[in-house]
Design a protein around this ligand. Structure first.
Ligand code: SF4
Length: 248
């Protein structure tokens, strides 16, 4: 027992101060892209051709963040002339179409969140995580939120084992053909009014598997989605920011 107290004393308080204090992420982190509208059309075309996700529209110079893997190829190919990635991890959106940006900015999530959700779930939100064919990257980074560093439950948000105990589902993965019925069963088991969150490029748009007949064309092609959290996988801070901004 003494050893436990000693260790606790030595380790101190490990939970981050966010959102009361800002967090500085490592320089290698790729967040919200900054798009340079004065970039040469030829360079934009080169980036569009190099993008593995086909998510750059060379006509208007926009990027679809719901499809983007944040791989950084476009930044490298354009030598930073078309796009550079900022450290801004605030990427959540309540509307799918707002994830297509040509300005490098997203609307404030709080302004688009549903008022009755805030009233119902602002103090207590229980979510059931549903992995609908994901590679476990998104799932692992959601798990991180339960660690002492993030301590998600201090905000009254937690993940539960049964959809019957949940206020909503947090879906990851491209919704493979084999997982579709299980996803729908989990969705139906959540009592209304229920929240649906699509996390990661796969759940939002099919990710690297888009166009395949084995996956969906995005979760919102199957059930209505309330909150989109882009990334591959979304950084835990992106998820935390989106949950707090949308529900609190
Ligand atoms: S970072 Fe996104 S937009 Fe750029 S090449 Fe990769 S997938 Fe395409």
């Amino acid at each position: 027992m003494f050893k436990v107290f000693k260790t606790r004393f030595e380790q101190g308080y490990r939970t981050m101060k966010y959102p009361k204090e800002p967090v500085v992420l490592p320089p290698s982190y790729r967040g919200l892209p900054v798009l340079h509208s004065d970039c040469d059309a030829e360079v934009v075309n080169k980036c569009a051709a190099a993008c593995p996700q086909d998510c750059i529209n060379s006509k208007n110079g926009s990027i679809d963040l719901g499809r983007c893997l944040f791989c950084g190829i476009c930044e490298r190919v354009s030598d930073g002339k078309f796009v550079t990635f900022s450290q801004n991890f605030e990427l959540g959106s309540a509307q799918r179409e707002k994830l297509i940006t040509s300005t490098g900015s997203l609307p404030d999530l709080a302004a688009h969140s549903k008022k009755h959700f805030k009233k119902l779930f602002g103090r207590s939100l229980q979510l059931r995580q549903v992995c609908a064919g994901g590679c476990n990257n998104c799932e692992a980074d959601i798990n991180v939120l339960a660690t002492p560093a993030y301590d998600l439950s201090r905000f009254g948000i937690s993940y539960v084992a049964s959809p019957r105990h949940a206020d909503g589902i947090h879906v990851t993965g491209p919704v493979t053909r084999n997982m579709k019925s299980a996803l729908l069963a989990a969705f139906e088991a959540v009592p209304a009014p229920r929240v649906v969150i699509a996390s990661g490029a796969c759940a939002i748009s099919g990710g690297p598997f888009f166009g395949s007949s084995e996956v969906s064309a995005g979760l919102d092609s199957i059930i209505p989605v309330d909150l989109y959290i882009p990334g591959c996988p979304p950084h835990p801070l992106t998820t935390l920011h989106a949950l707090l901004r949308f529900f609190k």
